[in-house]
Design a protein around this ligand. Structure first.
Ligand code: NAD
Ligand code: USQ
Length: 389
């Protein structure tokens, strides 16, 4: 298949592009490098050094003989998006290219507006480009488990069978997300469902849980193929942060009681799920949703797992929760769709955590400790406003 990976320079986009290429697909990547720009803005950097996209693509060709085409541009620029789809003519487009950090979207008005504009307009341009150029193209879009929030009923895969006053219907599952970032994904899901219903497009929305891990079989072929590994309080995700904090001897930063529960997934399963979704496309007119997570864990249990696997002393700090989120709640998620397509999940095992400790140890001198503590507070709009607003 011809597969275009949008956001192909990012944490997940790059390993996914390599995996799809390794599986024999014809792959192109697109990116505007804004993720590297956020690092400059926040004064942080990936813990693991990463090469430029050009060097990465060259290294992949040297190692495997396989080529990956590059498109450099911004999805919110409709001309760029249309041109790219016309030129590459993909069978499937995998869309990772959004601002993805909840704390970043909650810094102030400017960052909330940027996040929603970037994410919603980019996806809308893409939907129009697919509809006008070739509606057969299958859109595989990264959504998030956080779209659902923490409802007091089971979370289904995107849709809910509803009975109301004696009548039945199948409706989009009600959403109650916890940040302007997570909300942008809800807006995208609605726009995609509409495009499938009105224009007959085919789309798969992958509501992914929190990803952990840094290595895949393809990224470890060469140091130049490494993907990023974020530890800071804005872009670092919880398990990855706890691993780095353990290595540094810094207390693990559990927000609140830590009883809040999330769906999680190993990065090696992320790339496999995308492959399965691409190779088994949705039908024309179908808005298909999978919950892309493999197990649920409370933040407290994630901290305990990291602490028990670390060969040294680890302390846990329960910080005042900077976010507004339920800490005591029901959480039961249906996630059978991808398993039915063939996913054999990696569960959080000591083996993976141990290898992550090694990755963190190798680069520990690159950590800026000041970036570890959370600075963005959900309760104070604008507290972190930048001077150029
Ligand atoms: P990332 O920030 O590392 O990668 C996203 C890439 O998209 C970056 O390289 C960025 O430069 C690019 N990009 C952003 N806006 C763009 C635009 N307008 N035009 C072109 N390129 C643009 O993020 P990631 O962790 O790899 O996440 C990828 C996707 O998966 C996101 O949509 C995210 O919401 C979703 N997701 C991530 C996680 C996780 O734990 N990392 C979990 C669930 C869902
Ligand atoms: N948390 C801590 N301590 C920390 C960091 C986080 O206790 O140091 C807690 C948070 O309060 C939250 C949970 O851990 O309850 C998850 O936080 P996170 O920062 O790991 O994840 P989140 O903000 O939800 O966002 C990440 C990705 C995002 C993706 C989402 C999947 O950045 O792109 O959409 O995970 S999900 O959570 O399923 O919506």
């Amino acid at each position: 298949m011809r597969i275009l990976v949008l956001g192909g320079d990012g944490y997940l986009g790059w390993p996914t592009a390599l995996h799809l290429s390794q599986c024999g697909h014809e792959v192109a990547v697109a990116d505007n490098f804004v993720r590297r720009q956020y690092d400059l803005e926040l004064g942080v950097d990936s813990l693991v050094p990463i090469e430029s996209l050009h060097t990465r693509v060259t290294a992949w060709q040297e190692r495997t003989g396989k080529t990956i085409e590059m498109f450099i541009g911004d999805l919110t620029d409709a001309d760029f998006t249309y041109e790219m789809i016309r030129e590459f003519r993909p069978d499937a487009v995998v869309h990772f290219a959004e601002q993805r950090a909840a704390p970043y979207s909650m810094i102030d008005r400017k960052h909330a507006v940027y996040t929603q504009t970037n994410n919603v307009v980019g996806t809308l341009n893409l939907l129009y480009a697919i509809a006008e150029i070739d509606p057969e193209i299958h859109l595989v879009k990264l959504g998030t488990m956080g779209e659902y929030g923490t409802p007091n009923i089971d979370i289904e895969e995107g849709w809910l069978e509803l009975e109301h006053k004696g009548r039945k219907d199948r409706v989009l599952y009600p959403k109650r997300p916890g940040s302007f970032y997570h909300l942008s994904k809800v807006h995208d899901s609605h726009n995609m469902e509409f495009a499938c219903r009105i224009w007959g497009l085919r789309a798969t929305d992958l509501n992914q849980g929190v990803v952990y891990g840094q290595e895949t079989p393809e990224t470890t072929l060469d140091d130049r193929l490494a993907t990023r590994f974020d530890y800071d309080a804005v872009f670092g995700t919880v398990l990855n942060r706890f691993v780095i904090q353990a290595v540094l001897g810094h207390p693990l930063t559990v927000y609140g009681s830590g009883t809040q529960t999330r769906g999680i997934i190993d990065i090696r399963d992320t790339v496999r799920c995308i492959q399965l979704a691409c190779e088994n496309p949705a039908e024309r007119g179908e808005f298909r949703v999978f919950n892309q997570m493999t197990e649920s864990m409370s933040v407290r249990d994630i901290a305990a797992t990291v602490s028990e696997s670390f060969p040294g002393e680890v302390t846990i700090d329960n910080l005042d929760n900077p976010r507004v989120e339920k800490e005591e709640h029901y959480y039961k998620v249906t996630h059978t769709g991808l398993v039915e397509l063939g996913l054999v999940p990696h569960m959080l095992s000591d083996t993976l955590i141990t290898s992550l400790f090694d990755v963190a140890k190798r680069h520990v001198d690159r950590v800026r400790e000041a970036a570890l503590m959370p600075g963005v507070n959900w309760r104070s709009p604008g507290a972190e406003r930048t001077s150029e607003r």
